[in-house]
Write a protein that binds this ligand. Structure first.
Ligand code: URA
Length: 216
């Protein structure tokens, strides 16, 4: 979705000297049942200008399809809309050559705050019935630092969410209550095989919740 230009420009002005690359807009229908909130785009996403198109994205699309959802029916976005990178220089032992790489990194709290008005705007416009958050970044952007993904993954949380308040430069809680299911990163099973069953069960919770939404 195209963000209002003044909102986007204000965010980019604040982000301009930070180690961030590119800008990927959220994508999906304007009145979706489901919104998915990730962490930040990676290299592939920045290159193609499409969220969740890399390896993790492909896994996520498979997980969505298994519960009857797709890229076309879900609004997909993330806490930060540019790629956070770190700078790593190393010397190659054989040649003595110095090589600099710019790998992805987790966004900082400051970066998440800078991009918060964009996500707040997306949620206000989309009014999703169900929000799926990925990893701690997506979860804690909405619910603050207390709940951790390890403790609350795969549970249905009914709660107000944090929105950024320009005046106090801090988060406030919404009046409205949202329905949120926190999920692990789509590639989590690759790093920890024991999570395979857990991730499967979490998506079964999503499926059940979608069926309940259909009935109301
Ligand atoms: N992780 C995210 O949060 N967003 C993407 O677009 C890709 C990976």
């Amino acid at each position: 979705m195209h963000y209002p230009e003044h909102l986007k420009q204000a965010v980019l002005a604040k982000a301009k000297d930070l180690p961030l690359e590119g800008f990927v807009e959220g994508q999906g229908p304007q009145q979706p049942k489901v919104m998915l909130i990730g962490e930040a785009p990676g290299k592939e996403e920045i290159k193609e200008n499409v969220p969740f198109i890399g390896r993790s994205g492909q896994l996520l699309m498979e997980q969505l399809q298994q519960v009857g959802l797709s890229r076309e029916t879900v609004y997909i976005t993330s806490a930060v809309r540019s790629r956070p990178f770190s700078v790593k220089t190393k010397q190659i032992a054989k040649t003595g050559e110095r090589v600099t790489k710019f790998p992805n990194r987790t966004p900082t709290k400051e970066e998440i705050k800078i991009f918060a008005p964009l996500l707040d705007w997306e949620i206000a416009v989309c009014q999703p019935e169900l929000i799926l958050t990925l990893v701690n970044i997506g979860l804690q952007r909405l619910l603050g630092p207390k709940p951790t993904i390890t403790a609350v993954h795969g549970t249905v949380i009914q709660s107000p969410i944090q929105t950024f308040d320009e005046q106090s430069q801090n988060y406030h809680w919404t009046q409205k209550t949202y329905q949120i299911i926190p999920l692990f990163h789509p590639a989590a099973v690759f790093y920890n095989y024991r999570l395979k069953e857990v991730v499967k069960e979490d998506w079964q919770v999503v499926q059940k919740q979608l069926q309940l939404l259909k009935k109301v």
